[in-house]
Design a protein around this ligand. Sequence first.
Ligand code: DAH
Length: 335
Amino acid sequence: MEAQIESLQAEALAAINAAETSAALDAARVKYMGRAGAIPLLSEGMRTVAKEDKARVGKALNALRTDVTAALEAREYALAHAADAAALSQIDVTLPGIAPLRGSIHPLTQLLDKAVRIFRRMGFAIAEGPDIETEWHCFDALNTPPHHPARNEQDTFYMPDGRLLRTHTSTVQIRTMENQPPPVRIIAPGAAYRRDEVDATHLAQFTQMEGLYVAEKVSVADLKGTIEFFFRELFGEGTAIRFRPHFFPFTEPSFEIDIQTASLGGKWMELAGCGMVDPAVFEQICSRRLDRAYDPDKVSGFAFGFGLDRLAMNLTGIPDIRMLVENDLRFLKQF
Ligand code: DAH
């Protein structure tokens, strides 16, 4: 029996160390250690071993099992290691790598982030509304009567069901006031659409930012202070700002805002519209809400709106608005 153990040990260890693949190693494992393998088979012979020899032979059998198990483990590790080394030998670590393509933030998004940060500091929250709007939210509620030229089919994209692509983000003023009582202090950045001929200064889809502040005793002074703070933060300390009387159906009085910066060489540039919310707008809201939360005798407010594309162009010297949507990497990489 002991001689058998010895020769089986030599045979098993030789077979294990000769295994060149994990499949060959598995075969050796089954052959010697498997349920019907050589070692379990030999162990059955223990029954016939004389009583006084049992301890010695048992010990030798245990040693055989331990040695073969250890040899299997060592060989398995060696094979895995060799496979890894072979895979790595295909890689030349001295070759130059492939640099990942680094994107950058679109100039319009950069401006939007900056604008939002400035208004956040003044307590404005972001509000949203749908791009496909009802005529009521886009025009009627904003005191824009049916005969107004802005409602012309030549100026706006209408859906078959009578809804339209919003021509301005002023719609979000209305949606905000419909849904929450004063005080409200919101900005609403988003897309606006017009049936414009696309050229260097016009797109059929562009980006606007609307603002609205309604509370008790809001005055033109609040409007001017807010707007001046915003444009000075954006364009720098030396920026001159001018409020020019204008007309918008939804504000009274209304102004256009012009700025003058060193980079404009003394020229005034028109940037935004604004004004005090027209009492007629508040009355529309009251009739929708079925309450007097926006009673024009109790609350007042200001609103403003500007085109972000135009602003981005002027801040960064982009000569053609179409560049903002063409996704030309040579252009985008500059920002
Ligand atoms: N909605 C106007 C436009 O698209 C911009 C505007 C002007 C918004 C005056 C306002 C405002 O809120 O008070 O040209």
